[in-house]
Design a protein around this ligand. Structure first.
Ligand code: ARG
Length: 271
């Protein structure tokens, strides 16, 4: 639920009940996609975490930092004053503990704009990344005059087809156990079929998650990328959530299946 001012808290109570019911219905309705062959080899398997991306090309990608400015997670501007991120980035934190930075490609500069938060909504069923529901919405104190990214809806099944390419973005580590990136990076990742995700990732749940990556590993999101966007067809299809190590062979990264949560998130964004 929204944490923040008293009025926001009470305002959300109505939606929390409705949202919980909606989420339960959606989880029951979602069916796993059929299996497909392994995706083709990566374009450049030597680059863990990808190559540099322009913030002008992906203006809705934001960095989430602690109040002291230290990088924590990624996020996506989904409405002028709303940032979608992972629940595990926001759980146990107060709005005053976090900042959103937009328009800053190089985190060692002072470019772009910084926003304080007035509220944090965390999926009411969230307990642990591997249990799913790893979504949160941050309400900004002031809207940002930047483009927003639309959410994939339950009708966007084609964007989730196994083997189709997605783009992950973030400032996370460029190697397992390595350092976070100072620059925004992007990596193209093929979607892996749900049965394969289930087979190699204990805890994978197709109704609430998708997995993406290469059989040989080498390209993946990593710590610090969580909460950031996974995009396809000009829409947000995933939120970086978890993985086993980073870029390991046969260990694709796990992303929140945004289409499952879109009806609920739509209510949250209007609240
Ligand atoms: N949980 C990580 C974070 O907080 C993201 C991990 C993604 N891991 C992966 N192998 N794709 O930043």
């Amino acid at each position: 639920m929204w944490s923040g001012t008293r009025s926001q808290l009470s305002g959300f109570r109505r939606h929390a009940t409705l949202g919980a019911a909606l989420a339960a219905v959606l989880l029951t309705l979602a069916a796993p996609a059929p299996a497909l062959a392994e995706p083709p080899a990566p374009p450049d398997s030597r680059v863990v975490g990808g190559i540099r991306a322009s913030i002008l090309e992906f203006p809705w990608t934001v960095a989430i930092t602690k109040s002291d400015g230290s990088p924590l997670c990624g996020g996506t501007l989904v409405a002028p004053a709303m940032v979608l991120t992972a629940a595990h980035c926001a759980i146990g934190r107060q709005p005053k503990d976090l900042l959103v930075i937009a328009g800053r490609e190089d985190l060692l500069t002072l470019g772009g704009e910084i926003r304080a938060l007035t509220g944090i909504w965390i999926h009411p069923f969230y307990t642990d990344v591997r249990a799913g529901d790893d979504v949160a919405v941050l309400r900004l104190a002031l809207p940002l005059a930047r483009p927003t990214l639309p959410l994939a809806t339950p009708a966007d099944t084609l964007l989730y087809g196994p083997g189709s390419y997605t783009l992950a973005l973030g400032w996370g580590r460029t190697a397992e156990g390595g350092f976070p990136s100072r620059y925004l990076l992007k990596a193209a990742l093929p979607i892996v079929g749900d049965p394969l995700c289930q087979a190699v990732l204990a805890g994978f749940e197709a109704s609430s998650m998708l997995c993406a990556g290469y059989a040989n590993g080498g390209v993946d999101t990593c710590q610090g990328d969580s909460g950031g966007p996974l995009i396809a067809g000009g829409k947000l299809i995933g939120v970086t959530s978890w993985g086993i190590g980073c870029a390991r062979p046969y260990q694709p990264g796990v992303y929140v299946r945004v289409s499952t949560y879109q009806p609920l998130l739509d209510l949250v964004l209007r609240s």
